[in-house]
Design a protein around this ligand. Structure first.
Ligand code: ZN
Length: 176
């Protein structure tokens, strides 16, 4: 820079020796310090948002794994000997598990529906067909399904639509 230039914030003329030049213009030392503090705060907020996104991704992966393990086991228990049911349902469970782990929005709603439907179906079926003493296993399955619904709800942020201009977001971070 040649000669003095006005500070973009306070408008004071700044000597070339004191001027701090950034992409958005020249600042005096005082305004530059204020700008650096603002930059630091913005970076801190950005860092927190990124850490939160990472934690959501980790929990989504655990959620997918838990769904695969539990619903895979339930499927084997209830339909393992019945290929007519097992063959079409196994890929559904797998797709759902991967969808959850990859933070797909459809997987969130599909999992809620599956968890809810399974809880209701097994609860209803057990009450109709089993004596009271035989209820522990289906009771456990229903309990896990309800737990899944609660856990899914707690990480619903992982499956939100990406807000325009928002930090991170399910769709952009998802994928293998
Ligand atoms: Zn200034």
């Amino acid at each position: 820079m040649f000669g003095t230039a006005p500070c973009v914030e306070c408008g004071k003329n700044v000597e070339p020796a004191q001027a701090i030049i950034r992409e958005d213009g020249v600042r005096c030392p005082a305004c530059n310090l204020r700008q650096e503090v603002r930059d630091d705060q913005a970076r801190a907020v950005q860092g927190e948002a990124e850490a939160f996104e990472l934690s959501l991704s980790r929990r989504a992966k655990r959620m997918g794994r838990a769904h695969a393990i539990i619903w895979g086991s339930v499927l084997i228990m209830y339909c393992g000997k019945n290929p007519v049911w097992f063959a079409p349902l196994a890929p559904v469970v797998l797709a759902l598990a991967f969808g959850l782990a990859w933070r797909k929005r459809w997987a969130y709603f599909a999992a809620l529906a599956l968890d809810g439907a399974t809880a209701l179906a097994i609860a209803g079926w057990s009450v109709v067909t089993l004596p009271f003493a035989g209820l522990w296993l289906p009771g456990m399955v229903v309990g896990v399904a309800v737990l899944f619904i609660v856990l899914l709800w707690s990480i619903r942020g992982a499956y939100r639509l990406v807000a325009p201009g928002g930090v991170g977001g399910g769709a952009r971070l998802s994928g293998p």
